[in-house]
Design a protein. Structure first.
Length: 365
């Protein structure tokens, strides 16, 4: 459809999760446009932090790929890892650096607010802006990319170094337990900075050391699928229901920043609840209707939508806020239209050419 390519290997259930996640992210950033309209009630509906879905899917898909390769080849060799590094760079870096340059131009010309002094540009260029300490006031949406980037760097490397000696069946749970423990310990250590919602957001929710557990929980889900497939399939519906119930509970129960549960455990519980949806959703392999095809296309555009929607919203708030609020709920509709059009153009001009280049990567087999 319109040049948006969907691979026949895509799993519709995972596309659905990705589409839901990006819809709620874009809605969340633009919800203020609905204030003082008849749809203002939509801004009051409590929602989970759906960015965790992206983390879980990253761990699940990449973890599953490396586990499968390790089982077929008695370990992961350097060729597999180097090829993965090249393909990952071609996937992430074009968008990431393009939007970084856009922000630098916009901030320099005072079209959007921003401060590059507290977090130097070189930190953004090297994915180190939020390794152990937070950043703010510039390129806000970049916070989740370092979490994925450092997973891309470390997990394949550890698999390459040790899977041949210990076997992936024994190695992967140890790796995951290690990173999950590091995240929990880090949250305990920085909990004193998270006494209010802003402190919790930048120190607990948005730092790599605090959130790397989210991706490795996805890897654990891939491990269960690989080594306990009967359990994975047999309990898929039960896992779905428990995961949804846990999500609802986490959303509805008031969690005050500064408490042990909110600061240390809430992020992990939420990620686990999303991971529990995977057995059921991963079994839904094909889109049977035109609506399903639309969902899959939104899933394909999700990366572009994530990278562009906050830029659009900041431009609106800084330059056209009064005009958009005069339009009422139509301002929210226009915001969505701008996001979708820009995302499609970025996909066609940036992502699609680089994705085609990825398919031709044959340096290492």
């Amino acid at each position: 459809m319109l040049g948006i390519e969907t691979d026949h290997k895509r799993i519709f259930g995972l596309d659905f999760l990705r589409a839901v996640a990006i819809f709620l992210v874009v809605h969340g950033h633009g919800a203020s446009l609905l204030l003082d309209t008849r749809l203002s009630f939509l801004t009051k509906i409590p929602l989970p932090d759906v960015v965790d879905i992206f983390f879980v899917l990253t761990g699940f898909l990449i973890g599953g790929s490396f586990l499968s390769y390790a089982e077929k080849n008695t370990g992961v060799d350097i060729r597999k890892t180097l090829r993965f590094y090249v393909r990952s760079a071609l996937r992430i870096l074009p968008y990431y650096y393009l939007i970084l340059i856009v922000y630098l131009i916009l901030v320099h010309n005072q079209l959007v607010p921003g401060n590059t002094e507290s977090s130097p540009v070189w930190q953004f260029a090297t994915f180190t802006q939020n390794l152990f300490t937070p950043f703010c006031d510039f390129y806000w949406e970049s916070w989740c990319l370092p979490i994925q980037w450092w997973f891309y760097m470390f997990f394949p490397l550890l698999m390459t170094l040790f899977s041949g000696h210990f076997g992936s069946r024994r190695l992967v749970p140890v790796i995951c337990a290690g990173f999950i423990s590091v995240s929990i310990l880090f949250r305990i250590l920085v909990s004193g900075h998270a006494t209010d919602l802003f402190g919790w957001d930048v120190w607990i929710r948005r730092t790599v050391a605090s959130r790397c557990d989210a991706v490795y929980i996805g890897v654990l889900a891939a491990w269960v699928q690989m080594y306990a497939p009967d359990v994975w399939r047999r309990h898929a519906l039960k896992s779905l229901l428990v995961g949804l119930a846990l999500l609802v509970m986490l959303v509805l129960i008031t969690q005050k920043p500064g408490t042990i549960f909110k600061n240390v455990f809430s992020c992990t519980f939420q990620t686990v609840s999303f991971a529990m949806l995977l057995p059921f959703m991963s079994c839904k392999s094909k889109a049977r209707t035109a609506w399903g095809g639309f969902v899959s296309h939104i899933s394909v555009l999700s990366f572009a939508m994530y990278m562009v929607n906050l830029v659009v919203m900041q431009l609106i708030l800084a330059n056209f806020n009064e005009l958009f609020h005069q339009w009422g709920a139509w301002g929210y509709v226009v915001y969505w239209m701008i996001v979708l059009v820009l995302s499609y153009l970025l996909y066609m001009m940036v992502e699609k050419p680089f994705m085609k280049l990825r398919t031709r990567v044959s340096l290492f087999g």
